[in-house]
Design a protein around this ligand. Sequence first.
Ligand code: SIN
Length: 433
Amino acid sequence: MNINSDVLIVGTGIAGMYTALNLYKNLDIVMITKSTLEECNSYLAQGGISTARDEKDKDLFIEDTLKAGNYKNDIKAVEVLASESLSNIQELINLGVEFDKKNGFLDYTREGAHSVNRIVHCADKTGKKVSEALLKQVIKRKNIRIYENTTLIDLIDKNNICFGGIATNEESIVNIYAKNTILSTGGIGGLFKNSTNQRTLTGNGIAIALRKCIDVKDLNYIQFHPTGLYEDKAEGKRFLISESLRGEGAKLVNINGKRFVDELLPRNIVSKAILEEENKTNSKYVYLDITHMPKEFIIKRFPLIYSECKSRNLDITKEKIPVTPVQHYFMGGIKVDCYSRTSMENLFACGEVSCTGVHGANRLASNSLLEALVFSKRAANIINNNIRNINLKCIDKQIDNQYATNLSLLNKKIVLKELIKIRGDIKNELVNY
Ligand code: SIN
């Protein structure tokens, strides 16, 4: 079976949907997602989206991003991120996202390594609220077709030019031809025994890039979030206790009730301090304590975390929360320029699968959704401007079921192998295939 389109977008998270909404309405767009629309990682983002509050805050925001990233960031990309932050937040508001407000103004919160409060949020459900607002708009667009449970297994390419992708929905294999293809397939958390990510996030886009010799970057930069909920149970997806709790005043203490770190340092430093403290106290967790704050405030500001913990018989208004570092984010990925262009012609990458270089070696809190917005919009703009010069080519490429199965398996293993090759120390954290 063949599908012809102008633009193929692989992944229906915030990066994918925002790209689709910023493309011209007369373009024929096909979106595919490996699972369901709701099972997407963007839905899980709690904390919020950072933004330079105004022109005056831009330089400080840039400095905070660089400092958190150990100055390994791409400075040009960071400048773009900060400069275009507020306009994209405004665009989200125009698209129907209702960020929390205080006295009629955006209620900026704070997270680790930010010098000032500059994170917009929808309580602790920012990713879900933004995703829902975008999806509502995407569904209204007659020019966008969405296929769920459809996994990209390969690109259709020749001489380093991309002509679309090959996808499978278990029953059939389909060639989706496109003038431009965008990979927004997310990160790699599903490859880790403990991660805040959906288990379906197995680095599919990166695997395909590795197989096709498309440039990748910084694959050794993996972020561990300091405060995954510790549960004495099997490994898998861990519930995140948002950094914004610490931004609002929650304290980290060891099992003896002693504070041991400044909670608002960059994530890599706080995670390291927690692991050291766990070792010293011979414990598998430390505690995050927010019990000193008023109950009404906690329930209103953190409804999701309150209810998820309550469902596990933990009342965070009265009890300390056991937490431990877990895999959370991948700073590396498919190397892109400031317009999300990869090293393969007509192929773009946006969101966590891409590496713009904005995060350096350690992402500043709440910069991930911002990166997804800023650089997806830039990809859409460049596609809008250039697509009329591209002819749709349906080059001959047919694969059979056996080959498709082999490719799926290979895609699952290839990133694991690469991570072990680059960072042997990560081996114990990874799942076994
Ligand atoms: C959090 O709420 O702690 C996660 C936000 C992020 O990853 O930036």
